[in-house]
Ligand binder design. Structure first.
Ligand SMILES: [Zn+2]
Length: 306
């Protein structure tokens, strides 16, 4: 598999838009969404400002349709880890993947751009997983607003070493774009429509071309009507190997929960919510360290219970 999914170099200078797909190997629909948008631009000769590229994430994990092989490639983006893997102190199959992705980004970001955007396309193992994860100071950026999806801030308190934080510190407007439940048509539609929105808002394509090409714009608007606008993460249930963690069935993202409500079970017994709020990213797959988060709409009063 070629790491570079496609590259459009416009005639006019402008922004750089990088799209990462399948950083988690089992979340592959973003690949098809990128290809769809990319080939529409090429085949229709759409005038383009700046540069648009698509990069494949964890190729080894894609080939075996797993989230990762040896370690999560979205928790390893920090200087310490780079020092280890560049020094040949390998930690697993993902070393090579991470070095190849960062080399490619480095190479493609040479030059002058009015804005640098990095959209990291993901999908979730639970239902209603449509949201954007951003560093707090980017929450009101026009490109983020244009997506109309719930914006989750402050998750970087819990999730260390994400690709989005790493590139945020290098000057990108950098965010994770969760399109919905793994393998569903909804993810394809939201990612496709979201990429068109990003390209228009960033100034790469005209509004006319966006409207003409984007067949799923209505879905994005409809989905967001029933979801909160901006939430903050207040609690995470960390899962350790051998915990035997299992979510109770039927929870979806942004579902209201109350303090004391049972959410999951592990070898120690039932796990109850420590507070009122909304459940977020409940884990319904066997791989991953985050059992669930509890979030609150920003602006709401926070009451902690024991
Ligand atoms: Zn993911």
């Amino acid at each position: 598999m070629d790491r570079l999914l496609g590259k459009i170099q416009g005639d006019q200078p402008g922004p750089l838009v990088i799209c990462i797909a399948a950083l988690h190997g089992n979340e592959q629909i973003g690949i098809h969404a990128f290809r769809n948008v990319y080939s529409s631009i090429v085949q229709n000769n759409i005038p383009f400002r700046g540069k648009f590229i698509g990069i494949l994430g964890n190729i080894k994990a894609i080939e075996s349709n797993r989230r990762f092989i040896d370690y999560d490639l979205n928790r390893s983006w920090d200087d310490e880890h780079f020092a280890l893997i560049s020094g040949g102190e390998g930690q697993g199959q993902e070393d090579e993947e991470q070095l190849a992705i960062s080399d490619l980004i480095q190479q493609e970001s040479q030059g002058v751009f009015d804005l640098k955007i990095l959209a990291d396309l993901h999908s979730t193992s639970s239902d209603k997983g449509n949201f954007i994860v951003v560093p707090e100071d980017e929450a009101n950026h026009p490109v983020i607003k244009a997506l109309h999806l719930p914006v989750v801030v402050d998750l970087d308190r819990y999730l260390k070493g994400t690709l989005l934080s790493y590139y945020h510190h290098q000057g990108y407007v950098s965010f994770a774009f969760e399109g919905g439940m793994i393998g569903t048509e909804q993810v394809y539609q939201l990612h496709t429509s979201g990429l068109w929105e990003i390209l228009e808002t960033a100034g790469c394509i005209s509004r006319h071309d966006h409207e003409h090409q984007d067949h799923y714009a209505k879905n994005l608007a409809l989905i967001s009507q029933q979801l909160p606008k901006q939430v903050k993460a207040l609690h995470r249930h960390l899962v350790k190997k051998g915990d035997g963690f299992r979510m109770l069935p039927g929870f979806h993202n942004f579902q209201q929960i109350v303090a004391g409500q049972q959410l999951a079970i592990d070898h120690q017994g039932p796990i109850h919510s420590p507070m009122d709020g909304m459940i977020f990213m409940p884990l319904y797959q066997s791989e991953g360290d985050d059992g669930f988060f509890i979030v609150k709409e920003v602006g709401e009063e926070v009451v902690e219970h024991n």
